[in-house]
Design a protein around this ligand. Structure first.
Ligand code: FAD
Length: 378
């Protein structure tokens, strides 16, 4: 079995009381989090792929995750990186201090650059003390309109949840099937909320979430009490993401974000596209960030089905642009979304930004050797 080089997966917590850990980029995001937990801290970004996502990959993609509703994305939690530039020079961007205004924010440029500008080899990351207590609440809704309203109101009414997630009916059905659960399979899907804080202060916040769910007509509200029950309901959201891949041989990843006030329109719009092309879409998402993953399952060997799936994926990207959102929230552009990145820039009058991006690529990588095919930067 492949054993990674130990020096590439090391996480040093020597500076934990400064709120900083040093991680080699081969460590996974979960490795970092687990190491922090030994000392009463945690690492806030938590891509659902944390078990396999490396620190380098997560920084290159500017990954987010469930706790993004409260804590944002990797860029918000990295202070400094060691990089190898395209000519082999080793240098650092950023500082291992919480504040740093020395020069242009080149650290911000590297994070999310999808390996097109430099290879990240080490990272200094911010960490947080663990919350004393987490309360989880799941609401199941009869309509997407009500679920969308609940998501918007939880945010608008200042609750600041730790997570605010969504899984649609198709996602819940798949999770029930795969895991043998029997959670309600309703047309409005599931809204999953975690609130956290001091031991004695969390219940009143949780109560406000329940009240909003009641007022937005949740058909069923579940408040799991034991850690095992909490995990089970979290599994619904996790499995729902992978549902198309579990049920179909082909998977098209969806990753749009829209302004929170338009989340309802996005949910309803994706459902309309699903029906129009008669394809399997399980929509899950970090709804508290306005980030939805309408993931499509289809058979690439079935020409008609695959074409319908691709058309639906394309239309979902256009929907995001139309709603004032973005075609890539946290998974990046890669090859798949080049056309839509350019479309988004064109619609928003940002073609000058695209020209700047090309110039930046030329400065960092004049020989075009770093992920040369990505990002439409040729
Ligand atoms: C089931 C599942 C759930 C997911 N959930 C989430 C989620 O909740 N949130 C989220 O944001 N993403 C999610 N993702 C997407 C993905 O897992 C993340 O973007 C992850 O952070 C990528 O890390 P990786 O190590 O797998 O990188 P890879 O996929 O190996 O690489 C990604 C890109 O980064 C570049 N790269 C990798 N390492 C470096 C480096 N050291 N320096 C420079 N460039 C580098 C690669 O060349 C490539 O272009 C999910 C994916 C799956 C399959």
């Amino acid at each position: 079995m492949y054993e990674p080089f130990p020096e590439l997966i090391k996480v040093s917590t020597d500076h934990k009381y400064d709120g900083i850990v040093e991680a080699e980029v081969g460590a996974t995001v979960l490795d970092v989090d687990n190491e922090c937990k030994k000392y009463g801290f945690f690492f806030p970004p938590d891509p659902a792929s944390a078990r396999v996502a490396t620190v380098g990959g997560a920084l290159a993609e500017n990954a987010g995750g469930m706790r993004g509703a409260r804590y944002g994305v990797m860029r918000d939690w990295v202070l400094k990186v060691e990089v190898v530039l395209s000519d082999g020079t080793v240098t650092y961007f950023g500082e291992s201090t919480y504040k740093n205004r020395a020069g242009y924010d080149l650290l911000g440029l590297i994070v999310g650059s999808e390996g097109t500008l430099a290879v990240i080899t080490k990272a200094w990351l911010k960490i947080m003390p663990l919350p004393e207590r987490i309360v989880r609440i799941a609401g199941f809704f009869n309509t997407l309109d009500d679920a969308g309203e609940a998501i918007f109101r939880i945010r608008r009414e200042g609750i600041n949840p730790l997570i605010l997630e969504f899984a649609d009916k198709q996602g819940v059905e798949a999770a029930n099937k795969v895991k043998g659960f029997s959670y309600p399979e309703l047309p409005g899907g599931m809204v999953l909320v975690d609130v956290d804080g001091p031991k004695n202060g969390v219940d009143s916040v949780a109560q406000r979430v329940v009240k909003i769910m009641e007022e937005t007509h949740a058909a069923t509200i579940i408040k799991p009490e034991t850690p095992a029950e909490m995990e089970r309901i979290m599994d619904v959201r996790r499995v729902a993401f992978t549902a198309p891949g579990r049920l179909y041989p082909g998977f098209i990843d969806g990753d749009i974000a829209v302004p929170l006030s338009r989340i309802k329109e996005a949910l309803i719009g994706v459902d309309r596209i699903r029906k129009k092309y008669n394809v399997f879409i399980a929509t899950v998402g970090h709804a508290g960030d306005g980030n939805l993953h309408p993931n499509i399952g289809a058979d690439p060997n079935n020409k008609d089905e695959w074409e319908r799936a691709e058309k639906a994926a394309n239309e979902i990207n256009l929907l995001a642009i139309e709603l004032g959102g973005t075609v890539s929230a946290e998974h990046g552009i890669g090859k798949l979304k080049e056309e839509f990145l350019l479309k988004q820039f064109e619609v928003r009058g940002q073609m000058p930004v695209y020209q700047l991006m090309k110039e930046i690529k030329r400065i960092f990588d004049p020989k075009n050797i770093l992920n040369p095919d990505k990002y439409a930067l040729r």
